[in-house]
Write a protein that binds this ligand. Structure first.
Ligand code: ATP
Ligand code: HMH
Length: 264
């Protein structure tokens, strides 16, 4: 079984973050491990607290897991501040971890700020150059290049992000008109189309997508095939989203399709 590590933050409501990543790993047939860099007090409505751990806490978890279990791919999610991003980037580089997917989480579905604004430069300078793919949503993509969101300029935005050094950019489509993800590998643009479901219960869609992408890279797919399957898994998780859980945007349900019809 392939091994995929999530370096990210706990969502106490378990719709997004580390908890969503583990569910996605299970759905994608890989063994998931975790390095928890911060804890949020969060539900489907709001984030009431964020407690970042000292950067060494992330480093020790990564080292300890990799020295025994290893990793065929890594995804990063919410890293919150410059010190954590820098320590994580240094450790990934030192341990030469393969197939890095960077999901530059900045804002929660509920509107809470999940990245200190001054940490954007650390993402751009230290983590993006190591990435096989970065997976911002449309808002994050423009924020990362310091521009106003303008969907008609999405290709220029992807090009500008590519110039920062990742091997590919995938701007996810949950907040676009078409619902398509856009993949740019430095040579061509590929629109990753698929079904668009009623968008009520999407808490954790981005986390599910980036975890699935890392899983499929670990399983040996090329980037385009992995991106197509990651969109399929995320969209399926939105389709089965759990509106009855919490009063806000319901958590996605990555295992919904395969549990349908299960007798216990
Ligand atoms: N309503 C939907 N129907 C189908 N697929 C969707 C829908 N919303 C999002 N997705 C898919 O889920 C993935 C994540 O997309 P999105 O752009 O919503 O990320 P995000 O904003 O980072 O997510 P999050 O809600 O976790 O912050 C993408 O592959 C996207 O195409
Ligand atoms: C911990 C965490 N990571 C990511 C997101 C983005 O959805 C969130 N809301 N919370």
């Amino acid at each position: 079984m392939k091994r995929v590590m999530s370096i990210a933050t706990s969502d106490s409501g378990a719709g997004a973050g580390i908890q969503a990543d583990l569910k996605a790993f299970l759905r994608c047939g890989v063994y998931g491990t975790t390095a928890i860099v911060a804890a949020t007090a969060q539900n489907t409505v709001e984030v009431t607290d964020i407690h970042p751990f000292p950067p060494e806490v992330a480093v020790r978890q990564i080292e300890t897991v990799v020295s025994d279990i290893g990793a065929d791919a890594v995804k990063t999610g919410m890293l919150f501040n410059a010190g954590i991003i820098s320590a994580v980037a240094g450790t990934i580089r030192r341990l030469e971890l393969p197939n890095l997917v960077v999901d530059p989480v900045m804002v929660a579905e509920s509107g809470a700020v999940l990245l200190e604004p001054e940490a954007v430069g650390t993402y751009r300078e230290e983590l993006f150059p190591l990435a096989t793919a970065i997976t911002p949503n449309l808002n994050e993509a423009f924020a990362l290049i310091g521009e106003e969101r303008d969907e008609s300029r999405i290709e220029d935005c992807a090009r500008a992000l590519y110039e920062l050094g990742p091997r590919a950019v995938i701007i996810t489509g949950g907040h676009t008109e078409s619902g398509a993800d856009l993949l740019y590998d430095g040579e061509r643009f590929t629109r990753i189309e698929g079904p668009v479901h009623a968008a009520n219960n999407t808490h954790g869609a981005g986390c599910t997508h980036s975890s699935a992408l890392a899983s499929f890279l670990a399983r040996g797919m090329d980037l385009e095939e992995a991106a197509r399957n990651a969109r399929r898994i995320a969209s399926e998780a939105v389709k089965y989203g759990l509106g009855e859980i919490g009063k806000g945007a319901g958590p996605v349900h990555a295992l919904g399709a395969i549990l349908e019809g299960a007798d216990l």
